[in-house]
Design a protein around this ligand. Sequence first.
Ligand code: SF4
Length: 226
Amino acid sequence: MIILSPPTPPAAAQQPVAVVKLPRRAATDTLPVMEHFYTLQGEGFHQGKAAYFIRLGGCDVGCVWCDVKASWNAADHPRLSVEDVVAAAAQQPARIAVVTGGEPLMYDLAPLTTALRQAGFKTHLETSAAYPVSGTWDWICVSPKKFKAPLLEVLALAQELKVVVYHESDWKWAQSFVPALNTSTALLLQPEWSRRERITPFLVDLVKQHPQWRISLQTHKYLDIP
Ligand code: SF4
């Protein structure tokens, strides 16, 4: 469990791992939401689990191979109230909420995670770690990008490191993050989708030689689900 302020909850209730103060971002009860929908988590450590996805608009990381470029401009997406989004999520039976983007940490996510947790959700974050963490998280997946370096303070909070591999040389780059992680952080390598036929066999051999890593496949794309 990772608790980040504001506000800081009682330690005994939440067993916080870390607290990060974020005075520069005002709390907001509305967020630019590109889409929110119920599906299965397609990739990463929790692949295959039913989850409610909340994809926020806005990202300035600029990955050339980004598969959600429509998310980049926050102004293209309506500002929805946290209350309405959480109410929609609560109509589904699963109690995992995945907050993704875009780059969700461009916003103060404390109001959203507070509302999700009050509705009984486990809160999962997908981030490039380009911005400090806000909100209260049960799971933080950091997927670092070369186009904007991840913050060490966010890497230190990650339960999951998921590195998208576009070129074989990305393996050394992936390894460079390990010293900043906890020893318990799950290490995943994911072939970039457009390069999967070339990269996947490379990753298979790599994981056989370095079994502390594992492969993450984008199963939602194979299953043709959102
Ligand atoms: Fe796209 Fe994510 Fe990179 Fe932003 S961080 S450009 S949303 S892949």
